[in-house]
Structure formats: structure tokens, C-alpha cells
Design a binder for this molecule. Sequence first.
Ligand code: MCA
Ligand code: AMP
Length: 488
Amino acid sequence: MSSLFPAVAAGSDRTALRFRAREGEGEGALTYGGLRAAAGALAARLAGAERVAVWATPTPETAVAVVAALLAGVAAVPLNPRTGERELTHVVTDSAPALVLAGPDDVLPAPLAHLPRVDVPAGVPAQGPPVPLPEEPEPRAPALVVYTSGTTGPPKGAVLSRRAVSATLDALADAWAWTADDVVVHALPLFHVHGLVLGVLGPLRRGGAVCHLGAFSTGGVARELAGGGTVLFGVPTMYHRLADALDGDPELVKALAGARLLVSGSAALPLHDHERITARTGRRVIERYGMTETLMNTSVRVDGEPRPGSVGLPLPGVGLRLVEEDGSEITAYDGESVGEIQVRGPNLFTAYLNRPDATAAAFDGDWFRTGDMAVRDADGSVRIVGRKATDLIKSGGYKIGAGEIENALLEHPGVREAAVTGEPDQDLGERVVAWVVPADPHSPPGEEELADHVAAQLAPHKRPRAVRYLEALPRNDMGKIMKRALGV
Ligand code: MCA
Ligand code: AMP
């Protein structure tokens, strides 16, 4: 029978997880044997639940909690521990978890107060004889529910099956020659696909190791890559900061030059940053392209041509087509004809939880409409040139819907009207900008007050980085806000 994590089931003395934030406390690392013992014991307490929430701090407890849920055949719903009141309430109401898994020292906020809490013990459990692991459910059973923003309304929960997780990780292993000898270094949050599925479940499926930095720093990346890390995962903002730091930091240059693989994803890595990194380290950054709903679709291959600016070829098992506005398929690989990327394959999500309407609207038959616009080059590789919806903002690699921020701003008593746009930002790719008509023009709410309001209701990464005050929003004859007149 197929197993999601053969190396966990086998247990061994090899290192599985290392979390640098716990350095010095002796609790930051787990072997496969330790992970089997910790997650196996916890799995026994989750049996029978449909879904469990995981307070997804960047700690080994989060990894143990998610692996325990997967061993138990229970879907895990990772929660951003910085989520504000309104968004957290939505996520727990929508996903209705049976309980919440958290670290013993975590303080959980009010929207979780009604849920039974199960603490994930910190540290390595005393190891007796291996606990028997439950039978694995069938591959189509849900593994994770990951919340992702749309253009309007609150985030939707993408239900990801066990098969989708294993298919995407095995396809990446093929493209990247990813093995049990790899040590993946990263500092990504563990409540999204990039950090959790690729960055934690990926190394565990291979039987290799993950080293999590706790928080991103160029020094931390240099230290871990010099100290045995082989692969770096990051969003473009992280690579931009690494490129900035290279000039004055020979240790960092050496560390990046010595890595087996540097992988960027979640948003486009600007050519300028590709070039700066390659010029100083001799190494090329590989881009892969995915989505919460689809997991990974394409990647530049480690054994292929280096292609800065391209997200590479469809991964094994992934069907990809470009479709024009009128629904016709673009067959030319001419590097010029732009169409929407549509994908199908075992990597796709099953549905949006409780949202059959949104699920149906997202598909054309079995093809998922990504909303990303691209061209294909002569060799079939994909270059992303833009996005269909201007109301989706990618900031620091996080997807943010303009509508959810507008709704939060409108709840502030000092705001009469609001529109939110994304503007180019060298560090973040795009920054969130709020255009606000104050209720009282003589005492408009301050920028910081509005940023704090959004951070407290939704999440800190969704806060506006700039607020612009207007007397009225530009509207067309139908009363619709004309965002293009706001400089979008
Ligand atoms: C500032 N802060 C605030 C406020 N202002 N907190 C509350 N209220 C405020 N008003 C705090 C923040 O919480 C944070 O705390 C600190 O100030 C800095 O915040 P921020 O500026 O947001 O962070 P940053 O340094 O700019 O972060 C850059 C980053 C981050 C590290 C690159 O954006 C990041 O981790 N991005 C990864 C996104 C990601 O994983 N996306 C994957 C989804 P403190 O300093 O304590 O932290 S996409 C995906 O999964 C698909 C499948 C794919 O393709 O990968
Ligand atoms: P999310 O739903 O948060 O997982 O974000 C998915 C979106 O991130 C995709 O639809 C793309 O717009 C974007 N994305 C991910 N990887 C890349 C990449 N390598 N280049 C450009 N855009 C990317």
C-alpha cells in the first residue's frame, strides 16, 4: 500500500527536522525515529476527526502536528498565527475543525476559544518500542485545507488530497533530482503550500532533511548553506534581499555558490535579481510555478537549460494549455501569443470547501483556470507575463485580494469609501496601497491607524503600506470604481 511518508514509517536515526529558532534549547531537531514516535503518539489522539486546525508557528510542533494528522488520515487546516480576528473567525467557522493542535506555550486568541485544544509536546519523546501507525486512507482523501485569497470576499479553503501532495512532490523530485541526501533550507511560513508542502512535507517524503531558519535573514541562509544545506527555497523578496547583501558579504557569496539548488517561487523573480545573483555567485536560480489550488505546475529542470525569466516546462503528469479570451487554445510555441494558463492533473485540488459555486467557476471541464497569463517558447517552456485580475495583489509572495482589504477598511468608522490597488515595489514585488475617502475630511484616520486596523482584522502582511486620501473615488457611469484611474 502506498505511503505518504515511507521514511517516517520506517523511522531511523537520520535527521528529519531542524528548527533554528530553538537552537540552544536542545528541542529544535528530530530524527525520523523521533518524528515517528512524536507524530505516531499524537495521531492516535486524532483518530475519527474529519479536520483538525494547526496553529502553524515556524516550529517543530507544527511539523509534528501536520504529520500526525496525515498519519491519522485527518485533514489538517494550517492557521497563520498572525491572522486577525475577522479572518480567523471566518476560517474556523468555515472549516469547523474538531480541535486545534498547538505548542504547549502558545496563547490562542478568542476565535479559537471554543475549540478543544491538544498540545503538541515539545522536544523528543521518550522512545519505547515503535507505536503502530494507523492504516492510511485512500489517496483521494483530503490531506490539507489551505486558505487562499480571491479577488473578493473572504479567503477560500482549498481541499488538497493526499494524492495531490504526493504527485506534486514526486514530480518536483524528478525535475530537481531531489533525494534523501538533500537538506532543504528555508524561512517560509508554514501555513501556505510553499513552506508547508514543499518545504516540510517535501523533504520528509524524500527521507531527507529540512532546516528552518525561524525567520528570514541573509546571515541565517549563509550559515545553513555553509553548514550542510544543499537546497534553498525562497520567495522573490528573499532572493532580492540576498542579491542586495551579496556585495559586502563574501561568506554569503560562498554559501550560495556552494548550494546544489536555489529555487524561487510564489511570484516572479525579476530578471535583475536573477542576473545579480548569477553574476556574483556563478549560480542560477531555478523558478517553479504553482498555486495553492494546483500545487506545482511547471519548473525549470535541474538537468535542462538555465532559463531566467521562465518558469520552465510542465512537470511530469501535469497537462498545461494556453487559452485565448474566446476559449480557443493557443497551439503556437512562438514566445508571443498570450493566453491564460489552464492546467489539469493529479496535482490539482479537489474543491473549495463549502463553495461548490466557486469550485465550478474555477474549472472548464477538468481544466483549472489559473488566471495567470503566459506565452510558450519554442521548447515548450512557459513565461508568465501577467495576471487576469488586477484585484489580486502578490506582495512578498503572499496573494492578497483587494476586496477583502476594502471590506476591512470600510468597517473603520473614519472611512467612507475605499479602493485597494497593488503598486510595483522593488522589495515586495507589489505593495498594497489603499485609496481612502475619509468620513470626515477634516480629521482623516492616520495611515498607521488604518494599517493596524487591517493587520488586526485580517493579517499583518495584508496591511496597506501606503494610504492615499481622496475627496471621491473615480467611478464610471455604472458607479463602478475605475481602478485604472488610480494608476493601476
Ligand atoms: C508591521 N508589522 C505589523 C504591523 N506592521 N504587525 C502588526 N500590525 C502592523 N501594523 C510586523 C509584521 O508582523 C512583521 O513582524 C514585521 O512587522 C515585518 O512585517 P512585513 O513587512 O510584513 O514582513 P517582511 O519583512 O516584509 O516580510 C517579507 C517576507 C514575507 C519575509 C518575504 O513576505 C514572507 O515570509 N513571505 C512568504 C510568503 C509565502 O510563503 N507565500 C507562499 C504562498 P516580524 O518582524 O515579527 O515578523 S504562495 C504558494 O504557496 C504557492 C503555492 C507558490 O507558488 O509558492
Ligand atoms: P497562491 O495562490 O498564493 O498560491 O499564489 C499562486 C500565484 O502565485 C500564481 O497564480 C501565480 O500568479 C504566482 N506565482 C507562483 N509562482 C510563480 C512564479 N515562479 N512566477 C510568477 N508567478 C508565480
